[in-house]
Write a protein that binds this ligand. Structure first.
Ligand code: DQA
Length: 163
């Protein structure tokens, strides 16, 4: 018997999706977000994913609708067996967007939410994230190392005994 095409396809990709203003990393409030650039974060993600045998699809957008499209695309990739899910730093949309959690739920996408800063030590409006309620896990306050932790966590959750 031939294995089904879905089953024989290898799961290789982790999406790393970044929301508004994260393109400014490195120069943006370095006392809050550190001095690493988004290119540095991408390199860190590629290294970490590589150690786990995964490749990274790394993106950033300042537009909510584009992030929705990408979450749907990532969900389809998970359904097709080609991705383990997404690491998502929704930036300020964490605190305002219903469309992002709706997309995550609608696409049945495993997501680990990342915030570079410890949002709970900051202004009250940053203490609530609509994304957290639909995230598999949340990493806050570890600087850009949080992306590394999130990839490892998502990989762990994907293991048969990972949950
Ligand atoms: C952030 C925290 C958000 O409150 C803020 O709007 C960002 C970055 C973080 O990574 O710490 O843009 O998501």
């Amino acid at each position: 018997m031939h294995p089904s095409p879905v089953r024989s396809r290898r799961v290789t990709t982790v999406f790393v999706l970044n929301g508004p203003n994260l393109n400014l990393l490195g120069g943006r409030e370095p006392e809050v977000y550190g001095t690493a650039t988004l290119a540095d974060v991408e390199e860190l993600c590629r290294q970490t994913a590589g150690e786990l045998g995964l490749t990274v699809d790394f993106r950033q957008s300042n537009r909510e609708g584009e992030l929705v499209d990408w979450l749907q695309e990532a969900g389809a990739a998970v359904a097709a067996g080609t991705s383990i899910g997404a690491v998502l730093n929704p930036g300020a949309y964490s605190h305002t967007s219903i469309a992002l959690p709706d997309a995550i739920e609608g696409a049945r996408l495993p997501v680990v939410e990342v915030h570079i800063s410890n949002v709970h030590r900051r202004e009250p409006f940053r203490h609530h994230s609509y994304v957290s309620a639909v995230a598999a896990g949340v990493v806050v306050g570890f600087g850009v190392v949080g992306y590394q932790l999130a990839i490892r966590g998502l990989h762990q959750l994907h293991q048969p005994d990972g949950g």
